[in-house]
Design a protein around this ligand. Structure first.
Ligand code: S3P
Length: 431
């Protein structure tokens, strides 16, 4: 499917974005192995989170929809999962395969987990290696570097692991394995990554320490996790297209309600503010363990900056959009330390450069990011998302900021994280 995007004359309105994908995955995985029943309000019903639910169902998980986006989860307890009768399909979702691999390593049965072509080309050694050190028995294609993964679960031991690259998926896989291990598991991260797993586990009664220094520690479950009901905040990654569109557009004013502003996720707000964006937050509320705010954004004159270090992990999924912001900003923007972008749903360094260049942008592809010269006048063209939801949304925003018509191919990929994206774009952009 393709979508045509025309120049937005103005960009205005109020919206609530798609719910947080990372929190939704964790809410169903952790509640499935907890004791009790949980109600999850505003569950993110995109393809990735639905893949997690369908894998958990094959493992014995019990879920019931109560309307559009409210989900009841019946906890099975920490020993309640059973051997799946067929291959678990994580589809396009890195979070599904990596978190479940950590959990399945500790279960007393065999599981096979696979995904679509994109997922089966993404690196899995990052979880297979530390889980193997914990005593797990995992094999996969290419010597255990690629899915499908065959996991023969069993007893695990706690380890002290220094992650070579910042990854919340790896950290979370090890935390899930650590719940079942013999002894303490300590995970050190090179930069702080999203801590949704830690917050939720702590709320459910797990014995863990986090948020003080670079190490997260977890001790094995003494009893059971307690199921917790929660309302999932809006995903800042789904707010990000609108933050960039409003900041870069000369006639824009929008309000986004109920966005999760956990500080491990707000790199995009910090980067845009450094670039001169006019962003204001009204907040103070917590939904479960997560802080939430309403975000107000208005037109501004952006200027180029350097984005590197800890800011990268805090804005990892927003970097293609920040590259677009760089194309429209005055001066040079450099994004570095972001080699991880090359192993996302697409090689996002390459696909971002290809898409933005087709629209007339002036930017260089680097091994660990981009060098961008702005401001550039973008003009409409035919571009492709390469099946990557974040690319589809970035290119749609670029199209709305370009002169003339832009056609985004493989536009359906937005359904992975933001099924209503095209409807929201149409509603907020005044022609
Ligand atoms: C995610 C972590 C990030 C992010 C992905 C979701 C998560 O991946 O890019 O979209 O839910 O834990 P890495 O942990 O591989 O960086």
């Amino acid at each position: 499917m393709q979508q045509t995007v025309t120049t937005a004359k103005a960009f205005r309105g109020t919206l609530g974005v798609s719910a947080n994908k990372s929190i939704s995955h964790r809410a169903v995985i952790l509640n499935a192995i907890a004791q009790g029943e949980a109600i999850i309000e505003d569950f993110q019903r995109g393809a990735d989170c639905l893949a997690t639910i369908s894998c958990l169902r094959r493992l014995g998980g019990s879920f019931r929809w109560r309307g559009e986006s409210e989900l009841a989860v019946k906890g099975l307890g920490s020993r309640g999962l059973h051997e799946p009768a067929s291959v678990l399909d994580a589809r396009n979702s890195g979070t599904t395969i990596r978190l479940l691999a950590g959990l399945l390593s500790a279960q007393p049965f065999l599981s096979v987990i696979s995904g679509d072509a994109s997922l089966n080309a993404r690196p899995m050694a990052r979880i297979v290696e530390p889980l193997t050190q914990m005593g797990a028995d995992i094999s996969g294609r290419d010597g255990g570097r690629l899915a499908p993964l065959v996991i023969r679960g069993g007893s695990l031991r706690g380890i002290h692991y220094r992650m070579p690259a910042a990854s919340a998926q790896v950290k979370s896989a090890l935390l899930l394995a650590g719940l079942y291990a013999d002894g303490e598991t300590v995970i050190e991260e090179p930069a702080p990554t999203r801590d949704h797993t830690e917050r939720m586990l702590a709320n459910m009664g797990a014995d863990l320490q986090f948020g003080e220094g670079p190490a997260v520690r977890i001790r094995p479950l003494a009893g059971e996790l307690t199921a917790i009901s929660l309302r999932v905040p809006g995903d800042i990654s789904s707010a990000a297209p609108w933050l960039v569109l409003a900041s870069a557009h000369p006639d824009a004013e929008i309000q986004i309600a109920g966005v999760g502003v956990n500080q491990t996720r707000t790199g995009i707000l910090d980067c845009l503010t450094l670039m001169g964006a006019d962003i204001r937050l009204e907040g103070g509320e917590f939904w479960g363990a997560e802080p939430v705010a309403n975000i107000f954004v208005r037109s501004s004159q952006l200027r180029g900056i350097t984005i590197d270090g800890d800011l990268i992990a805090r804005s990892i999924d927003e970097l293609p959009l920040l590259a677009l912001a760089g194309c429209l900003a005055q001066g040079e923007t450099i994004i570095k330390d972001a080699a991880e972008l090359a192993v996302k749903e697409s090689n996002r360094i390459r696909t971002t450069v290809e898409g933005l260049r087709a629209l007339g942008a002036n930017l260089e592809e680097r091994q660990d990011g981009f060098r961008i010269w702005g401001p550039q006048k973008l003009r409409g063209a035919v571009v492709s998302s390469h099946g990557d939801h974040r690319l589809a949304m970035m290119l749609a925003v670029a199209g709305a900021l370009s002169q003339g018509e832009t056609v985004v191919r493989q536009a359906e990929s937005v359904s992975v994280s933001y099924p209503r994206f095209w409807l929201d774009l149409e509603r907020l952009c005044l022609a």
